[in-house]
Design a protein around this ligand. Structure first.
Ligand SMILES: Cc1cc2nc3c(=O)[nH]c(=O)nc-3n(C[C@H](O)[C@H](O)[C@H](O)COP(=O)(O)OP(=O)(O)OC[C@H]3O[C@@H](n4cnc5c(N)ncnc54)[C@H](O)[C@@H]3O)c2cc1C
Length: 370
């Protein structure tokens, strides 16, 4: 019997395992290694922060999914892959052999150029760290509702802006809105620079409307307990600092001899197999598909689940894996915290209450599968 080892219970692996539950793969033992038992669904995470969903509604229970798909779940953190011996090393010291490997471990915000980021800032990922900090903040606010609070959110992409709007929504449910200050600090001259100008303008106006302060062309170089400092020596005070900067890959991948791109993400062919090893797949944020530059977004990780499952099946039968062509146009639905959302499609962007209900419907339907 062959052994297929999955590292990370990200979106693509969740979909592929769901497909294994519905249509089991033959003559293979599947092992999933993930560092937590419940993996977050990114689409609903900001809604959880705003207080619209529960943990159960926004997290996939990997124990349940593993049972359904006859997969062995190991809760551990992978720290190395030995491609000569075909083994995976975990932080507990466990060494797990594989015939086929599939990697879907996501990414984390880049903190490499910011002094003090590790000590004094909370990155948006891993999500459990973010949520732990968020729960602490909410507890503090409930205990001391008379105190002012200032949050600094470093990064003005879709993730940072959505987080800011949703955090504000929950905080003003607990304390007077005059006591809440939220700053978004962005290196570039406009927010949501990966999206069209209309989307950027809509969010810019929304931030003004909600009295969220925006610092553009401001690159943060140092973080201290109660302030952050820009390259131009500007100081911005705050009680809590969050990092929602560009995605960066796990540093331990550098030790492996997997094919990596310039930034250290795993370079794969459009069959989702690594360039370096045909028996190793990578998907989601951690993978860069050669000749298909796409943003690191959950929507792509989800879409890759089905071709990944199909190619596992083909490879296990010693057949040729099929190419997958990631779409260039895709729908983004970004919540604004007040039960409205902005739909972005190509050059189009539109804010409405309807898109929140639509997003909620799609997200709930996605989670119902599990
Ligand atoms: C605030 C915020 C909001 C976002 N909103 C959206 C959105 O609305 N739409 C959208 O498309 N994208 C959104 N994104 C981006 C989205 O979160 C990612 O693109 C998506 O989660 C990537 O999915 P993935 O499958 O690659 O990995 P992930 O979903 O990150 O899953 C990786 C899993 O692997 C585990 N893991 C990691 N390392 C190891 C290891 N070494 N060993 C074992 N397990 C490991 C992790 O714990 C996790 O369970 C948002 C991001 C942020 C920060």
């Amino acid at each position: 019997m062959q052994k297929l080892v999955l590292i990370g219970g990200g979106h693509s692996h969740a979909i592929a395992l769901k497909m294994c539950a519905d249509n089991p793969l033959k003559n293979v033992k599947i092992v999933l290694i993930n560092d937590v038992e419940k993996t977050p669904y990114s689409g609903m995470l900001p809604g959880y922060i705003a207080g619209y969903y529960t943990i159960e509604q926004t997290h996939i229970d990997l124990q349940k999914l593993a049972k359904k798909s006859q997969t062995k779940l190991i809760i551990d953190q992978v720290i190395d892959i030995n491609t000569t011996q075909n083994t995976v090393t975990c932080s507990s010291g466990k060494i797990i052999p594989y015939d086929f490997l599939s990697i879907d471990i996501g990414s984390t915000p880049d903190k490499s150029n910011i002094k003090g980021a590790k000590e004094y800032a909370t990155p948006a990922k891993p999500v459990p760290t973010l949520l732990e900090k968020w729960h602490n903040i909410l507890d503090n606010c409930r205990q001391k509702p008379q105190e002012n609070i200032t949050l600094n959110i470093i990064g003005g992409g879709a993730g940072g802006v959505e987080l800011a709007l949703n955090m504000r929504q929950q905080l003003i449910n607990i304390i007077d809105q005059e006591k809440v200050t939220i700053n978004i600090i962005n290196r570039g001259s406009k927010i949501l620079s990966q999206h069209n100008q209309t989307a950027s303008n809509i969010f810019h106006n929304l931030l003004i409307d909600k009295k969220i302060n925006l610092y553009l062309n401001t690159e943060i170089v140092q973080i201290l307990p109660h302030k952050i400092i820009s390259a131009q020596s500007k100081e911005i005070r705050g009680n809590y600092h969050f990092l929602v900067t560009n995605s960066s890959p796990a540093p331990w991948l550098q030790k492996t001899n997997l094919s990596l791109d310039k930034k250290g993400f795993i370079l794969v062919k459009n069959t989702l197999q690594t360039l370096s090893h045909d028996n190793i797949f990578a998907t989601g944020d951690i993978a860069t598909i050669q000749n298909y530059p796409r943003p690191k977004a959950g929507v792509f990780a989800v879409k890759q689940g089905k071709p990944l499952y199909n190619n596992w099946r083909l490879l296990l039968k010693y057949q040729k894996p099929q190419p997958y062509h990631p779409q260039s146009l895709y729908l983004s639905l970004i919540g604004t915290g007040d039960k409205k959302a902005v739909a972005i499609w190509g050059d189009f962007a539109w804010l409405s209450r309807f898109f929140w209900f639509f997003k909620n419907y799609i997200d709930q339907k996605f989670m119902q599968q599990f």
